[in-house]
Design a binder for this molecule. Structure first.
Ligand SMILES: N[C@@H](CCC(=O)N[C@@H](CS)C(=O)NCC(=O)O)C(=O)O
Length: 220
């Protein structure tokens, strides 16, 4: 049995969605960021930094969503969700896979400063504006590539979309996506996929965001 250690609406959604795309049976173990369950010694045995996703599969435990994505695509390669070495778009695939974390690290920083930090602690508005500008800069190459195609790879949907595409549903809390029509269309394409819908149904309710948009001015 495959077991996914998961927090709703977190990076472990990438794995949840990929498991659905691959049609694999799995169980989900749910955690919450705020209730301390990620610091439980039993969980730290599975994921030493107390992060999700972690995946129990084939007698192994894997943490890091990118490693899990690679492992699933390589060990279940018939699904064809990742170009192999020497196949077209292998380089683009690897690039988007890694770029997902360049973008997600900024989202994580904004989550920490704008969502999780509680008064009297207060973030710097200057730093927030810089981080939001840096996040918007990561959207430009996506907007460009999605002008000519529906998915990150011209060849069609791939695991790069499960890695990077997930981020955009968090980006919209910090960057107004009205200037990015291709990204908005891309998000709609993702939401139309049956596997995405099934993953959403198993995700759980997100408990991070309590308003639709977080503006730096609100922290002045
Ligand atoms: N690079 C890691 C990042 C994992 C990560 O930081 N996950 C967040 C949720 S999005 C987490 O578990 N946070 C809990 C914490 O920082 O305590 C990956 O892609 O798996």
């Amino acid at each position: 049995m495959i077991t996914l250690h998961h927090v709703a609406a977190s990076r472990s959604f990438r794995t949840l969605w990929l498991l659905e795309e691959l049609g694999l049976p799995y169980a989900v173990k749910h955690y919450k960021i705020r209730d301390g369950s990620l610091r439980d010694p039993a969980f730290l045995e599975i994921s030493p930094a107390g992060r999700v996703p972690a995946l129990e599969i084939d007698g192994k435990v894997i943490f890091e969503s990118q490693a899990i994505t690679q492992y699933l695509c390589e060990s279940r390669s018939l699904a064809g969700l990742a170009p192999k070495q020497d196949e077209p778009e292998r380089v683009e695939y690897l690039q988007w896979l890694a770029f997902a974390e360049t973008q997600a690290s900024i989202i994580a920083s904004l989550n920490l400063q704008m969502v999780f930090l509680r008064p009297p602690a207060k973030p710097s508005v200057v730093v927030l504006k810089l981080e939001i500008a840096r996040l918007a800069a990561t959207l430009k190459p996506l907007e460009e590539v999605l002008d000519a195609q529906n998915w990150l790879l011209a060849g069609g949907f791939s695991a790069a979309d499960t890695m990077l595409g997930f981020n955009l549903f968090a980006v919209q809390y910090f960057v107004d996506l009205s200037a990015f029509p291709n990204i908005r269309a891309y998000m709609e394409h993702m939401e139309e996929r049956p596997a995405f819908k099934r993953a959403r149904a198993n995700d759980g309710d997100q408990e991070f965001y309590d308003k639709p948009f977080y503006a730096p001015e609100d922290y002045a």
